[in-house]
Design a protein around this ligand. Structure first.
Ligand SMILES: *Cc1c(COP(=O)(O)O)cnc(C)c1O
Length: 389
């Protein structure tokens, strides 16, 4: 899709990204640091973020085979060495054959993975695998009972085609709390699961263990293990206010996290509406005075949440400008009466900083009654994304 110059765009700050990687290097100590690029890199853009992450972090995590293959294609196109890529989402046997050819590792999470063993043998290919343990999230992964009943024993006989390179799990309740009791229980389950895999499934002593996403990496040191899988905080965002509070306590200081993303929109027109004019669908806003408005070519199609109607503001020339009436599919109308002196075009900051003012993704998500994870991943893939120094 071509993007018009009169369209909103996203800016990714390379400096902010580098700061966040450095923060996690220092948090992880000797451990390795991985970046999670699922969900179109949390809306930042897979390939644009890849340009920032490649060579800076040790491992890249994606959900789908297509994302992993896009990373390999980018590496070939840019003459970059192959970095470690792990598909943490569901994969079919035929996906695995293709991923094995491209030297991408995959996660095995249930006994259905035996089909992959068979497919690899007939294709004559080897694959690096990480075994997912369900330690209390109730999502994918071998459960304790499953391991005890022999569901993962097939790995012991699959060493001709499969190398178990890692064992992983995922926390259920690290972001919403300041006490990490449930996470510690999950860690205990994990160690028990790894022992079972070693005893029954031929998994070696030096297998790579990884468990922590952003929150646990920051606030639960025993969860850091061999690698941390950092999603949201590599983009400079706290998983939750609770995590931020805990980090101050656990680390003694607040680590530097810098938001990577800003969202800007040029005006398509700036004009006066006389007092008494209605604005937008449903005529939900009526101007109480002559009002200078800017019409912005951005709306809920682009990921600006309609639920923010009646609450939101954007920034123009360092001033807050209320979004008047409803957020539309392709338009926002904002009050720039006091933000500009004339009807020349303006550039509005929907997300990010403008002089002394800042709109955070948490603020927008609050207007929309959801979490920033959702708001970020709904940013339209069609939006133009530019990396700025
Ligand atoms: C999404 C995800 C992560 C990253 O989570 P954040 O909270 O964004 O850091 C890590 N591991 C797994 C398995 C995930 O699904």
């Amino acid at each position: 899709m071509s993007t018009s110059p009169v369209a909103s765009w996203l800016e990714l700050s390379e400096r902010a990204y580098a700061t966040n990687v450095a923060t996690f290097r220092s948090v992880a100590g000797q451990g390795r640091v991985g970046a999670v690029l699922k969900g179109n890199a949390y809306g930042h853009g897979l390939l644009e973020t890849l340009a920032l992450a490649h060579g800076r972090v040790d491992v890249l995590y994606v959900i789908t085979p297509a994302e992993a293959l896009a990373i390999r294609a980018w590496e070939t196109q840019h003459g970059k060495p192959r970095t470690e890529v792990l598909v943490i989402g569901a994969v079919s046997a035929s996906d695995c054959v293709e991923l094995a050819r491209q030297h991408v590792s995959v996660v095995a999470a249930d006994r259905g993975f035996v089909d992959t063993v068979a497919a690899l043998r007939s294709a004559g290919l080897k694959l690096d695998v990480h075994v997912h343990l369900d330690t209390g999230l109730g999502r994918e992964g071998f459960t304790r009972a499953g391991l005890e009943s022999g569901e993962a024993d097939f790995f012991a006989d699959a060493r001709d085609v499969i190398t178990v390179q890692g064992v992983l799990s995922h926390f259920a309740n690290t972001e919403d709390v300041t006490e990490q009791d449930y996470a510690r229980t999950q860690l205990g389950n994990f160690e028990a699961g790894v022992k079972l895999l070693q005893a029954r499934a031929g998994v070696t002593q030096d297998v790579q263990r990884h468990f922590a996403a952003s929150a646990a990496a920051l606030v639960l040191p025993p969860a850091r293990l061999d690698v941390v899988r950092v999603g949201i905080s590599m983009y400079g965002l706290w998983p939750s206010p609770e995590t931020r509070l805990s980090a101050r306590v656990v680390l003694g200081t607040l680590p530097a996290l810098e938001p990577v993303l800003a969202w800007k929109a040029p005006s398509q027109v700036v004009k006066w509406l006389p007092s008494g004019s209605y604005v937008g669908y449903g005529c939900t806003w009526r101007c109480a005075a002559d009002t200078r408005v800017a019409v912005l070519p951005v709306g809920y199609w682009d990921g600006y949440p309609r639920l923010a109607s009646g609450k939101a503001h954007v920034l123009v020339n360092g001033r807050r400008c209320a979004v008047l009436g409803r957020v539309m599919m392709n338009h926002l109308i904002v009050d720039v009466t006091h933000a500009t002196k004339d009807e020349q075009p303006v550039v509005a900051t929907l997300l990010g900083r403008d002089q002394e003012e800042q709109v955070s993704i948490e603020t927008i998500s609050g207007w929309a009654q959801t979490i920033h994870y959702e708001t970020m991943t709904r940013l339209g893939p069609h939006l133009r994304r530019v990396v700025v120094p």
